[in-house]
Ligand binder design. Structure first.
Ligand code: GRF
Length: 215
């Protein structure tokens, strides 16, 4: 059983999908910590043992990340999943959790890093949009991508319709699946190479690769 920590700032829909997959045995893991940077995060209500490391209390990236690292280290997690966690982490933090720190980003990285990705995809006239799970490095939304799900941008799509489709049809499937593979040791990142089932991953995995339990 791998110990999983989840970092949130908002609703926690991705958190809920991870909790459900653990409860159903689809992830060979247990969520041992849920930490938000905001006391108001609705997602805090989804986990009994949720805690807050308040950005408002620190307002300084170095001290905030040091407190966050302490809170995580106390639980000794094998994997740390940023799930709608809206804080930029320090290089020291990302280095100390390298290889076990993941993020989900609502775009087809490397397109549309940062905020307002659905708006950006519509404004750019992209034919496709989606979400990516990547290992976190010091470069914001820049670490190696392990799985990416795509959806066509439809005529009439709005920021809200696209966000909902990316969330329900992609994010809520690919994040639990990625964590499941990681927990089973089928997916690893070492010496700069992502390996999936022993072989170097040349291109990110896709929705076609999802196991039946995650479709
Ligand atoms: C998701 O779209 C995630 O990719 C993003 O923020 C949103 C978080 O939603 N960066 P939730 O808190 O998981 O509901």
């Amino acid at each position: 059983m791998k110990k999983i920590a989840v970092l949130i700032s908002g609703q926690g829909r991705n958190l809920q999908a991870i909790l459900d997959a653990c409860a159903e045995g689809r992830i060979a893991g247990k969520v041992v910590a849920v930490i938000s940077d905001r006391e108001e995060a609705a997602g805090l209500k989804k986990a009994a043992h949720a805690q807050v490391v308040s950005w408002a209390q620190y307002k300084h990236r170095e001290t905030f990340c040091a407190a966050l690292a302490d809170a995580l280290d106390a639980q000794r997690p094998d994997l740390v999943a940023c799930a709608g966690f809206m804080r930029v982490l320090t290089p020291q933090f990302t280095r100390s959790f390298e290889g076990r720190l993941l993020n989900i980003h609502p775009s087809l990285l490397p397109r549309h890093r940062g905020l307002h990705t659905h708006r950006a995809a519509l404004a750019a006239g992209d034919a496709q949009h989606g979400a990516s799970v990547h290992f976190v490095t010091a470069e914001l939304d820049g670490g190696p991508v392990l799985i990416q799900g795509r959806t066509p941008v439809r005529a009439g799509d709005t920021e809200a319709s696209l966000a909902e489709r990316v969330m329900s049809e992609i994010e809520l499937k690919i994040y639990p699946q990625a964590l499941s593979w990681l927990a089973r040791g089928l997916l690893i990142w070492e010496a700069g190479v992502i390996r999936f089932k022993g072989r170097p991953l040349q291109v990110p995995l896709s929705l076609d690769d999802l196991e039946p339990a995650f479709r």
